[in-house]
Design a protein around this ligand. Structure first.
Ligand SMILES: [Zn+2]
Length: 248
């Protein structure tokens, strides 16, 4: 009986505990997670890992999008990739800045979801929102571990930051490793293609050009590791390996 009591106590505690994730992708706009690392997200989900996505802004306005359209496209792409959760922080699109208030907001997400790995946009980019997102997501990591604050949640310092390329610079400098996404490439293309207002509608002769670019770069990075398709990542801290089996 005592055991049953203890069990129900435990399940009551677990029920009160908010769900956490192992991997959290921070994206400036809805579509950046898909463009930069949609294949890796699909791969992690397929392996049974809990992945979360936090979009920092609505991504709107854009020439052919609207907030409602973009939300619908994001929901469709999320369904394709299958992360455990996705949320939008509601920061200002086109005006994103790594302010203290924004840092606190994102740090509270880290404290609630408690990821062990946070995927952050690469630190060099042409888009000011992307630059701000990279800085903000990096700084929020340190802020999330602070004690004696008014922030919600318990202190948490994500052990690892990995940088992905959703860059407007058409450049992939500092690549540290490439994830083989040969089996997930089609899923990535399907997810990216959900954003009709961004890559297809009103594009004229440029229709689908971004999706083609995604295919070309994934193919290139796949070739670099002797596979069909790959997604590159960068690091700022030395990366450790538990064992060498993961090395291709
Ligand atoms: Zn973006």
């Amino acid at each position: 009986m005592r055991r049953a009591g203890a069990e129900s106590e435990k399940s009551r505690y677990m029920a009160k505990k908010p769900p956490t994730v192992e991997y959290l992708v921070v994206a400036p706009h809805p579509d950046d997670a898909e463009l930069g690392m949609g294949g890796t997200i699909a791969k992690l989900v397929r392996a049974g890992r809990r992945v979360g996505i936090v979009d920092l802004t609505s991504g709107e306005p854009t020439p052919f999008g609207s907030p409602a359209k973009r939300r619908k496209e994001t929901a469709a792409a999320t369904k394709v990739l299958g992360p455990a959760c996705r949320e939008n922080l509601g920061l200002a699109n086109r005006e994103l800045e790594a302010t203290l208030a924004a840092r606190v907001k994102l740090a509270e997400v880290y404290r609630r979801l408690r990821p062990k790995v946070v995927f952050v946009p690469y630190w060099r980019d042409a888009h000011p929102d992307h630059l701000a997102a990279s800085r903000l997501a990096t700084e929020a990591r340190f802020h999330a571990k602070l004690s004696k604050t008014r922030m919600a949640g318990e202190p948490h310092y994500p052990p690892r930051l990995l940088y992905y390329y959703c860059t407007h610079l058409r450049s992939h400098a500092d690549v540290a490793f490439v994830v083989d996404i040969s089996k997930e490439f089609e899923t990535k293309v399907e997810a990216v293609s959900c954003y009709r207002s961004q890559f297809f509608e009103g594009r004229g002769r440029q229709i689908g050009a971004v999706v083609e670019y995604v295919g070309d770069t994934c193919r290139y990075w796949g070739r670099m590791i002797g596979r069909d398709y790959g997604e590159p990542f960068a690091v700022q801290e030395t990366l450790g390996l538990e064992d060498l089996d993961a090395v291709l």
